[in-house]
Design a binder for this molecule. Structure first.
Ligand code: FAD
Length: 368
């Protein structure tokens, strides 16, 4: 045994776990199959612009403890997330709020907005599909211009064939409040996210471009405890079947132009544009440069070789997951953590919180 703990995956879960264990005097190593640390939160410095390589990441939380923890590793600037929707070159405020309804119908009061929604609503007593739910909650205009095309591209499925729970996450307000998140704390780290991981992993042995499964026997023998943050189905060699994910392609374009879109994120809601979002990273930190980087985010069909981004927690996948979770319970020296090993969508603050709890529990049990 070379280490007390081997951590598979240098994202938030793995890096925090390794950091906490090292602080308590344990020997840790971290491996990641990617060429960099930070997992999906990694930011790449392109001449002073911190590019969110795997999609826009906004840190938001209601927990002071989690906020204080991340602020030890970077200075977060206050950030209000107000993306713009582009539907065939008509622009709308997001998330759905009084500005959106004014832009759609020219209405100025909540009562007028409700009246318009009511007029276009397609009533359904027990909406099962996403389309039925959206039509009955927000009406035809909002659905056609702002939901249908975007959802179809995002899920690569017709909203008629998608369950309604997916859309229940979308905020809808009758106030002039275009702030996506209502958490107590919301920010972007000045200087990007990667510095957080560099500080977390300082003095810890990190091996990049190293896939756990390419040398599994070696890595399993290398430590008393393994913290695994990769996909749960891969760990068990897919014995109960493969889990499905949504995946994305990111195309980053660097241009010698000061400002292309004037806002960090635009959602393209019509079907005739292939990408779902464009991200102009410099606006997150209000960086002043003569160049810019624009990223096109495009959902593509999932296959096992691609990067898993979003779990699809429908009945089929959840029943496979339940079988894997039974196997997890039988293992005493492996800790499963993070969004891939749990097969759940988690925001960063939830991952930070769960890594702090899991490492504390592990360290407490160890010293008994
Ligand atoms: P990851 O960051 O995925 O880290 C897991 C690591 O394990 C990866 O680096 C991977 O390479 C490595 N790994 C996997 N298998 C192996 C293997 N076999 N061998 C070695 N290494 C392996 N959250 C927010 O709070 N706000 C946002 O605005 C936000 N935006 C998002 C946008 C997108 C497009 C996506 C996909 C997610 C977003 N999130 C956001 C969620 C956020 O990315 C996650 O909460 C966080 O990254 C999860 O951390 P993690 O450590 O669990 O996983």
């Amino acid at each position: 045994m070379m280490y007390d703990v081997l951590v598979v995956g240098a994202g938030f879960f793995g890096s925090i776990f390794a950091h906490q264990a090292t602080k308590e005097g344990l020997s840790c190593a971290v491996i990641d199959k990617r060429s960099h640390i930070g997992g999906n939160c990694y930011t790449r410095n392109v001449r002073g612009i911190h590019v969110h390589e795997y999609g826009p990441h906004i840190f938001h939380t209601n927990s002071k403890k989690i906020w204080d923890f991340v602020n030890r590793f970077a200075n977060f600037r206050q950030f209000t997330y107000s993306p713009v929707a582009n539907y065939k070159d008509e622009l709308y405020s997001l998330p759905f709020n009084m500005w959106t309804f004014h832009q759609l119908w020219g209405v100025t009061s909540p009562a007028e907005a409700m009246q318009k929604i009511e007029e276009t609503r397609v009533k359904c007593d027990a909406p099962k599909t996403l389309e039925e739910y959206a039509l009955s909650e927000l009406g035809k205009d909002v659905y056609e211009k702002l939901i249908r095309g975007y959802t179809k591209k995002q899920w690569r499925k017709d909203p008629k064939d998608l369950p309604s729970f997916i859309i229940k996450r979308l905020p809808f307000r009758l106030t002039y409040d275009a702030n996506y998140y209502h958490d107590k704390y919301c920010g972007i780290p000045d200087g990007g996210y990667t510095q957080i991981f560099e500080k977390l992993l300082q003095d810890i042995e990190v091996k990049l471009n190293t896939d756990f499964f390419e040398n599994r026997e070696y890595w399993e023998k290398s430590a008393k405890t393994i913290v695994y943050t990769g996909p749960i189905d891969a760990y068990f060699d897919y014995v109960y079947g493969e889990l499905d994910y949504r995946t994305l392609e990111f195309k980053h374009v660097e241009t010698e132009v000061e400002n292309i879109q004037g806002v960090p994120v635009i959602n393209y809601t019509s079907e005739d544009v292939p990408w779902t979002r464009t991200i102009e990273h410099k606006h997150f930190e209000k960086v002043k440069t003569d160049h810019t980087v624009l990223t096109y985010e495009k959902p593509v069909e999932w296959s096992k070789e691609k990067t898993p981004y979003y779990p699809i927690n429908d009945d089929h996948n959840n029943s496979i997951l339940a079988e894997y979770n039974k196997e997890v319970k039988k293992l005493s020296n492996v800790i499963f953590g993070g969004r891939l090993a749990k097969y759940q969508y988690y925001d960063m603050d939830q991952i930070v919180g769960s890594a702090l709890v899991a490492s504390k529990k592990f360290l407490a049990n160890r010293s008994i």
